[in-house]
Design a protein around this ligand. Structure first.
Ligand code: ZN
Length: 113
């Protein structure tokens, strides 16, 4: 998943009447999987959502609920230093750097090389 200190970029925030603008970056200050009783825990499954508290770079402190909100994790490539984006919905796998096409570890996967 992702954890405190991770960097995000907002894609959309749908439920808030005064949302953070898309494209705003922020730092994760906490995350919690909320199960509404509809299914087993394990991601964005039926009946549950991921609540993510974010300290946005513009000074806001709004939490995300994913879904329906959407954000991308900003990761730095180990190889070329680029900052590609990885959709949070697939964050438990590996990302692929758009600059150098090397795989990027997201914290939980096995070592490469
Ligand atoms: Zn790269």
């Amino acid at each position: 998943m992702f954890s405190e200190g991770d960097r995000l970029e907002l894609v959309r925030m749908v439920d808030d009447p005064d949302p953070v603008p898309p494209g705003t970056r922020g730092t994760v200050t906490g995350a919690n999987l909320v199960n509404l009783g509809g299914g087993a825990l394990g991601g964005a499954t039926s009946g549950g959502f991921l609540q993510v508290w974010v300290a946005w770079d513009n000074g806001r402190a709004l939490a995300l609920s994913i879904p329906p909100d959407s954000a991308r994790k900003v990761v730095e490539c180990d190889h070329c230093g680029a900052e590609p984006y990885v959709e949070l919905e697939v964050v438990d796998g590996q990302g692929l750097c758009a600059e150098c096409a090397r795989r990027i570890r997201l914290g939980l996967s096995d070592e490469e090389d």
